[in-house]
Design a protein around this ligand. Structure first.
Ligand SMILES: [Zn+2]
Length: 147
């Protein structure tokens, strides 16, 4: 699946379908197909169709997120194995960042070690997703279960 660079578009600018095709090197049909799938035309009664940069960005991000591997509870994406994996037992660590989301949730990094290839694993999450946490006294590590 192709990746599109949504940073090419500026939020406050409107683009024609022809311009979008040129910028992303796409056939007109692809963009017309996106319109059918939900890409918003600013004023459908006017020609040529104009699309706001912000809407293109959101649409492209949406496409990208649909291509992501869905992780189940406690899983990581391993970039070496290129699939969802679990971490080896006792190798999961949590690191609190300085970033906060709404409702007091704090961004966390969850680190692990791939049970398949022993590669390093990293998953971004938030303190809201921690449903179980405990401290492993054997090796001074936080053990967590996340959604
Ligand atoms: Zn792996």
């Amino acid at each position: 699946m192709k990746k599109y660079n949504c940073n090419k578009f500026k939020s406050c600018i409107v683009y024609t379908i022809a311009e979008i095709c040129k910028m992303l090197e796409l056939h007109k049909r692809t963009v017309q197909d996106w319109v059918k799938k939900g890409l918003i035309i600013k004023n459908p009664s006017k020609r040529p169709f104009l699309i706001e940069g912000e809407d293109i960005k959101n649409f492209l991000k949406n496409i990208a997120s649909k291509n992501k591997i869905t992780l189940k509870m406690g899983e990581f994406k391993c970039f070496r194995c290129n699939k969802a994996v679990k971490s080896k037992d006792g190798k999961v660590e949590i690191e609190f960042t300085n970033k906060f989301f709404g409702q007091g949730a704090q961004q966390i990094f969850i680190r692990g070690e791939c049970e398949v290839c022993s590669g390093k694993l990293l998953r971004l999450s938030s303190t809201n997703n921690i449903i179980e946490a405990g401290f492993n006294n054997n090796d001074n590590r936080y053990i967590i279960v996340i959604t």
